[in-house]
Design a protein around this ligand. Structure first.
Ligand SMILES: CC(C)(COP(=O)(O)OP(=O)(O)OC[C@H]1O[C@@H](n2cnc3c(N)ncnc32)[C@H](O)[C@@H]1OP(=O)(O)O)[C@@H](O)C(=O)NCCC(=O)NCCS
Length: 230
């Protein structure tokens, strides 16, 4: 089977805890500006930050090695957030490769990150698999999805939730996006309103969704097809 057009990495919570408690490990993986940002975060957000960033640096290093033969150090792959919260990669001067599309997510089990192959876009979401109240599902599901349910088991709910979040992140949309504007179908997604506008600004590429799991958490990866060249 051919490999998917993205690289996915997972950093388990215990690895993030170990790294966070070891200053030498932290310095080996994060640049000075990243460490300063980490230090300024409230304590409760530090573990998520480290788990997501370690997963991102692992997926980014695998991408650069696989696509360009470049052995990048974790600490020189500096990740910051833009004004919308979207992660951005700062590469060292003279880096032999351009920054790819990538995405980060975290939950209680750890951090996940996906990096798209050149010319594609990617979004990732990881969520703990836990039963959600019907009214929460009704808030994010479209009428068509509710009709095709039932979403009464935690696994189906987690796939619905992560599939939508991964698609919104792939489109670069944050907190103000409406999950009901992303309808999951067997062979892709149907988008309306702002997600549809963001998608058409990309040239209306095909959108694909893959599902995976790690340490009992649900992962979804949304990515554009090879018809996307933005
Ligand atoms: C804000 C949002 C990115 C979600 O975050 P979340 O589920 O709380 O947290 P996650 O751990 O999955 O993702 C957080 C990461 O998303 C990334 N992110 C934030 N804003 C983003 C944006 N505009 N575009 C792409 N990625 C973004 C960041 O890398 C962030 O991690 P970091 O701050 O450590 O770098 C966004 O998807 C959201 O809240 N959408 C709301 C839509 C909705 O109603 N969803 C309901 C469930 S379907």
């Amino acid at each position: 089977m051919s490999r998917p057009p993205y690289r996915l990495a997972f950093c388990p919570r215990r690895e993030a805890e170990r790294t966070l408690s070891d200053p030498a490990e932290l310095r080996a993986r994060f640049g000075p500006a990243e460490l300063a940002e980490l230090e300024a975060l409230p304590e409760r957000r530090k573990l998520d930050r480290v788990a997501g960033r370690l997963a991102a640096k692992r997926a980014l290093a695998a991408h650069f090695l696989g696509e360009y033969g470049w052995e990048a150090d974790a600490a020189e792959l500096a990740v910051f957030n833009d004004a919308t919260g979207r992660p951005r990669l700062t590469l060292p001067k003279g880096a032999p490769a351009p920054a790819p599309s990538f995405s980060i997510s975290h939950c209680a089990q750890g951090g996940a990150a996906a990096v798209a192959s050149p010319g594609r876009r990617v979004g990732v979401d990881i969520e703990t698999i836990v039963a959600r109240p019907a009214k929460v599902i009704a808030f994010v599901a479209t009428p068509e999805e509710l009709a095709s349910g039932p979403y009464d088991d935690a696994g189906a709910q987690a796939r619905l939730w992560t599939g939508k979040e991964a698609t919104l992140k792939m489109l670069g949309l944050g907190l103000d996006a409406d999950a009901r504007c992303v309808r999951l179908e067997a062979d892709g997604v149907i988008l309306t309103d702002r997600p549809a506008q963001a998608w058409s600004a990309l040239g209306s590429p095909s959108v694909h969704l893959d599902y995976d799991g790690a340490d009992g958490a649900q992962i979804a990866v949304a990515y554009t097809g090879d018809d996307h060249h933005g």
